[in-house]
Design a protein around this ligand. Structure first.
Ligand code: SF4
Ligand code: SF4
Length: 314
C-alpha cells in the first residue's frame, strides 16, 4: 500500500510532469528512476502515459511501485503549454536554448513535451510567448484512468477560482475512493488563504486519506542548492504547524538538498517529490539514441539519479 511507503517518511516521488505526455521520455524516466530506487511516480492523466510507465516498470523488474495521476485545472502552471506568436517572433533561438524539456525546435513548440515551466517566456525579449492551459475534462479522463488501477490521484488546487476548485475536488471525491493528493502553493494565496483552502478541502475526508503536496515555488527546480529548495521547506512548515491529519510531501524547487534542509528545520515529512531537477540531471542520458541498447548510458544516468533518490530514501 502506498500509505505504508509514506509512513516510512522516506518516499521519493518522481514527477514526470502533469503536462508531460512524451511517451518515450516518460518510459525512460520511469525506467531509470525505478532502478535508482524510486517507488512513486507522478504522471499526467493520460492512459497512454500510464501504460508507458507500467511498461518501464516491467522492463526494470520493479513490481512494488505506485502510480499517482495528476489532474490540473485552469491557472495551474503545470498544465500550461507555451504558444508562440509568429507575428512577434524573430527566431532568435533563446527559448529553444533555455527549454529544459527540449520542447522547442526552430521556434515550434512540441506540446506533448512542454511542462509549462515559464522559462521560455522569461527569456523572450519580443513578448512572443504566451500560455494556454490544457486542463482535461474530468468526465472524459477519470473513469478510464481509475479503471487502470492507479494508487493515488493528485489534484492541483492552484489558482483563485474557488468555485472551480471545489466543484472538481468534489467530483474526484465522488468518483475515486483511494488516496488523494492536493498539490498546492501559497504563491497566489498568502499563508492564511493557503491553509484555509487545505482545511476546507480535507474537511470531509477520513484522517490520513489525503496527501498535502506543499509546492514551494511550482516548477522552479533546476539547481542543487539550499536556496532553490527553501520555499518548499517553508511551505511544508506551514502545513506541519497546522497539525492536520494528512501526509506531507514537499515539492516545487526540490533537489538533493531538500531532505537535509527539511530535517535541519525539523520538518517531519513523508516524502519529497522532485520534477524539474530530477528530469534535468538525467536528460542528456535519456535523450541518447542508444539508450535502450547501451548499458553504459543507463549506468551514467544511474550515477546521477541514485544519489538524488538516496538523499530521501536512506
Ligand atoms: S525567444 Fe521569442 S523571439 Fe526568440 S525564438 Fe523564442 S519566441 Fe521567437
Ligand atoms: S521552456 Fe518550459 S514552458 Fe517553455 S516550452 Fe519549454 S517546457 Fe514549455
Amino acid at each position: 500500500m502506498l500509505k505504508e511507503l509514506l509512513e516510512t517518511h522516506h518516499c521519493f516521488k518522481l514527477v514526470c510532469g502533469a503536462g508531460n505526455e512524451d511517451i518515450e521520455e516518460i518510459k525512460r524516466l520511469v525506467y531509470v528512476y525505478a532502478i535508482a530506487g524510486c517507488r512513486l511516480f507522478d504522471l499526467s492523466a493520460n492512459s497512454d502515459v500510464i501504460d508507458a510507465a507500467r511498461e518501464a516498470l516491467d522492463l526494470a523488474r520493479v513490481y512494488d511501485a505506485y502510480l499517482c495521476i495528476s489532474v490540473g485545472i485552469k491557472n495551474d502552471p503545470h498544465v500550461n503549454k507555451a504558444v508562440i506568436d509568429y507575428e512577434r517572433c524573430v527566431n532568435c533561438g533563446l527559448c529553444e536554448e533555455i527549454c529544459p524539456q527540449g520542447a522547442i525546435h526552430y521556434a515550434k513548440v512540441k506540446k506533448e513535451r512542454c511542462v509549462g515551466c515559464g522559462r521560455c517566456w522569461r527569456v523572450c525579449s519580443r513578448a512572443a510567448i504566451s500560455y494556454v492551459a490544457e486542463e482535461k475534462n474530468l468526465d472524459d479522463v477519470l473513469p478510464s484512468i481509475v479503471d487502470k488501477g492507479i494508487d493515488c490521484i493528485e489534484f492541483h488546487a492552484m489558482g483563485l477560482d474557488e468555485d472551480e476548485i471545489f466543484k472538481k475536488w468534489q467530483y474526484i471525491n465522488d468518483n475515486y475512493e483511494g488516496l488523494l493528493s492536493i498539490c498546492i502553493s501559497r504563491s497566489n494565496l498568502g499563508d492564511e488563504a493557503f491553509l484555509s483552502r487545505i482545511k476546507r478541502m480535507i474537511e470531509q475526508r477520513e484522517p490520513y486519506s489525503t496527501i498535502i503536496q506543499a509546492d514551494g515555488i511550482p516548477l522552479s527546480g533546476g539547481d542543487d542548492n539550499y536556496k532553490s529548495t527553501l520555499q518548499a521547506v517553508a511551505t511544508a512548515e506551514i502545513v506541519q504547524n497546522a497539525k492536520l491529519p494528512v501526509y506531507l510531501i514537499l515539492s516545487g524547487g526540490t533537489n538533493a538538498k531538500t531532505s537535509e534542509l527539511a530535517k535541519m528545520c525539523e520538518i517531519s515529512f513523508n516524502g519529497i517529490a522532485t520534477g524539474s531537477y530530477a528530469r534535468k540531471i538525467v536528460k542528456k542520458y535519456i535523450d541518447k539514441e542508444d539508450f535502450w541498447n547501451n548499458p553504459q548510458v543507463l549506468n551514467e544516468a544511474l550515477n546521477v539519479a541514485k544519489p538524488l533518490v538516496d538523499s530521501v530514501i536512506l
